[in-house]
Design a protein around this ligand. Structure first.
Ligand code: NAI
Length: 240
């Protein structure tokens, strides 16, 4: 019960990595408030807040639902793969940054008053291995994940005096609905899947639970000396 007595907010809790993290957080004894635009897939036992993570009103409802916030995992994100760098719709670029970067910042600062009042807390954001390695036809998404890395390092310094730890995980390709949608945008999805799997040293996609394990660690007191870190869980993508 590594999260016993803790109240944890998780965005993107209805699918993929967020869903797996919410399930594990419940199993570790946490009270979990899950924020997502969709209620389908929200694990039983999670207190749902349905809405767009970029809306102030959604943020306000989630914050009003609890007196304490011990942990925040900003996992909701969108991908924009499939467009050449000179063909990205500027509105799509803005939306990717709105959801992936600005919402990460917005939820972090919204949780701060409660965390400060309690003497601390843990924020976990989700970057990507691509923030370090780059990639093709995915510039808005990859740049947004690079921004998350920089945001986490900056916030870690600023918020350390408040006892708030801020970290990120950089996953490899994880078998989730997002990955399936990204693969289906390729001309030959089966070949794209095989190429991507082989790009990892372990020659497979990760499971959402394998990223959730890292999220739970960073939310827990076991990670008391982690701040400003970006933990790679990528099946050897960066090593391969
Ligand atoms: P997913 O698409 O399976 O789940 C994302 C969840 O976020 C969905 O439930 C969706 O409804 C929610 N969401 C998205 N935009 C929202 C919004 N504006 N308001 C409210 N809810 C919203 O995706 P997955 O794969 O679980 O990804 C989770 C995070 O992990 C994302 O930040 C993604 O960029 C990151 N990531 C995923 C990788 C992968 O290979 N699947 C690899 C590296 C990072």
């Amino acid at each position: 019960m590594r999260l016993d007595g803790k109240t944890i907010l998780i965005t993107g809790a209805a699918s993929g990595i967020g869903q797996a993290s919410a399930t594990k957080a419940l199993a570790e004894g946490a009270r979990v408030i899950g924020i997502d635009q969709s209620g389908d897939g929200m694990p039983d036992g999670v207190e749902p807040i349905l809405g767009d993570v970029t809306d102030n009103e959604t943020v306000a409802r989630a914050i009003a639902a609890t007196d304490r916030i011990d942990g925040l995992a900003t996992i909701a994100g969108i991908s924009s793969s499939g467009n050449a760098i000179d063909e990205i719709d500027p509105d799509l670029w803005d939306r990717v940054f709105e959801v992936n970067v600005k919402a990460t910042w917005r939820w972090m600062i919204a949780a701060l008053p409660a965390m400060r009042a309690q003497g601390g807390g843990s924020v976990v954001a989700i970057a990507s291995q691509l923030a370090f390695g780059g990639g093709r036809r995915n510039a808005a998404y990859i740049a947004s994940k690079g921004a998350i890395v920089s945001l986490v390092k900056t916030a870690a310094f600023e918020l350390a005096p408040d006892g708030v730890r801020v970290n990120a995980i950089a996953p490899g390709a994880i078998d989730t609905p997002m990955l399936n949608r990204s693969m289906s945008r390729n001309a030959d999805p089966a070949a794209a899947r095989e190429y991507s799997q082989n790009r990892h040293a372990l020659k497979r996609f990760g499971r959402a639970e394998e990223i959730a394990n890292g999220v739970i660690y960073l939310l827990s007191d076991e990670a008391s000396y982690n701040t400003g870190s970006v933990i790679t869980i990528d099946g050897g993508w960066r090593a391969a």
